[in-house]
Ligand binder design. Structure first.
Ligand code: UGA
Length: 435
């Protein structure tokens, strides 16, 4: 099948490569010439496990190409829209890229032999699909909403074998059926492997996405609130999480207390969802304010712990920060808790040195004001305090006896280390809710 993917960021580029991998002929469209150039050469513009091989293989096989020219989508029967919906100043979703993608696509619809479908994948405020549908239909297409649940650092796996597929379909029964049949054909390989497909209306599909992310954020802030209580009472949040997580109704995942969530999705989506419900006159999501406040407090807490560990004054002191990406196996630094904490310490006068296996080189290129060390040993050398803020394996596996800091103080912002190993090596260990 001929497929176009509009928007080649994280979501779109991975989706395009995965669609080619399952046998489709795919064109990815993006306004960013540099990105299109890299992708066309089979080079990943971001660090994502397994992605570059997949990309290069499909570009080489001639099944996948990238362009800045919208006219090249005309042959496609299926158009995925995966543009970003960043956070606007008031917390709502900025729909500029979405509106522009739809406008650019409309003149090219209705030209394929069979009906063409427009598949919304971007995370949008509830009501968006309803507001776009008429224009798509008038242009000769059919709209279907198919939210994306991929996690960065597992993006390929999550796209090829998602937990579920969600289809939001039109109220018009015929359009609903035709769009569903075509999307089933696109995903035949995935559905054939047993992935469940859930069909619902447009608003429900839109809400599934933002409610899932809000639930995940809530789960993380819940365990971080428990961490605060554990710190005050001498309890251990890692044991608490293990024990409550064994109850199937609660589940073990996303109960890792630490410096909280960051990235391009959870912080933005919770705020946009709340802003949208307020526009609808609802206060149902007021609690998300508290969820985000808990999250912000974790970052302050980690920075304050470092300052306290140095007697309240960090001016001119070398602080080693292990991690810059918002999570391991990624070089994405959007709303990164690690970078935020590094900035708080730099603002307090510390000489901050950051290291990160994938985000480090990007940081060095894009933020020359930040000192980036080649590796953890280099960063920790002569440092007065060390903070582990992104739990890369290379940091988790560090042997504390081989490090040469000025002070053996480690703040484990992700509860990723074995405290006993570090204490045995003579370090003062501070965890999050487990001190
Ligand atoms: C998130 C969702 O997990 C995906 O399902 C969704 O598709 C995606 O957003 C999106 O909307 O596109 P992602 O942003 O890649 O995926 O990252 P997560 O794995 O959710 O992690 C988010 C943050 O939470 C990270 O900073 C991570 O370190 C933190 N986290 C996660 C915790 O602090 N504790 C945990 O127990 C789990």
């Amino acid at each position: 099948m001929n497929i176009s993917v509009i928007g080649c960021g994280y979501l779109g580029a991975v989706h395009a490569a995965c669609m080619a991998e399952i046998g489709h002929t795919v064109v990815g469209v993006d306004v960013d010439e540099e990105k299109v150039g890299l992708l066309s050469a089979g080079q990943a513009p971001f660090h994502e496990p397994d992605f570059e091989e997949l990309l290069a293989r499909n570009v080489d096989a001639g099944r996948l190409r990238f362009t800045t020219d919208f006219a090249e989508v005309a042959d496609s029967q299926v158009h995925f829209i995966g543009v970003g919906t960043p956070e606007a100043a008031d917390g709502s979703a900025d729909m500029t890229y979405m509106t522009s993608a739809v406008q650019s696509l409309l003149p090219h619809l209705g030209k394929a032999e069979r009906p063409s479908i427009v598949v919304g994948k971007s995370t949008v405020p509830v009501g968006t699909a309803d507001s776009i549908e008429d224009a798509v239909v008038e242009a000769g297409g059919i709209l279907i909403w198919n939210p994306e649940f991929l996690r960065e650092s597992f993006a390929v796996q999550d796209t090829l074998r998602p937990d579920r597929l969600v289809y939001g379909v039109s109220k018009d029964e015929e359009r609903a059926q035709v769009s569903q049949d075509i999307l089933d054909e696109v995903y035949a390989n995935i559905i054939g492997a047993g992935v469940v497909r859930l069909v619902m209306d447009f608003p429900t599909a839109e809400l599934v996405k933002v409610s899932a992310n809000s639930f995940l954020a809530t789960k993380i802030s819940f365990i971080n609130a428990m961490a605060e209580i554990c710190d005050a009472t001498g309890a251990d949040v890692t044991k608490l999480a293990e024990a409550i997580g064994m109850d199937d109704r609660i589940g073990k995942k996303f109960l890792r207390a630490g410096i909280g969530y960051g990235g391009g999705c959870l912080p933005k989506d919770t705020r946009a969802f709340q802003a949208r419900t307020e526009q609808l006159g609802l206060h149902s999501l007021d609690f998300l304010t508290a969820i985000n406040e808990i999250n912000d407090r974790r970052r302050n807490h980690a920075a304050e712990l470092a300052i306290e560990a140095l007697g309240g004054d960090v001016a001119g002191k070398k602080i080693a920060i292990l991690g810059a990406a918002f999570k391991p196996n990624s070089d994405d630094m959007r709303n990164s808790p690690a970078l935020d904490i590094a900035k708080k310490l730099a603002d307090a006068g510390a000489t901050v040195v950051v290291t990160d296996p994938a985000a480090g080189p990007v940081l060095q290129r894009k933020r020359p004001e930040i000192t980036v060390a080649a590796d953890a040993h280099d960063a920790i050398n002569n440092s007065e305090v060390t903070l582990l803020l992104t739990e890369w394996d290379v940091f988790k596996n560090l042997d504390p006896t081989t490090l040469a800091p000025a002070n053996k103080i480690i703040i484990d912002g992700r509860n990723a280390l074995d405290p006993q190993v570090w204490k045995d090596a003579g370090w003062d260990y501070y965890g999050m809710g487990r001190s």
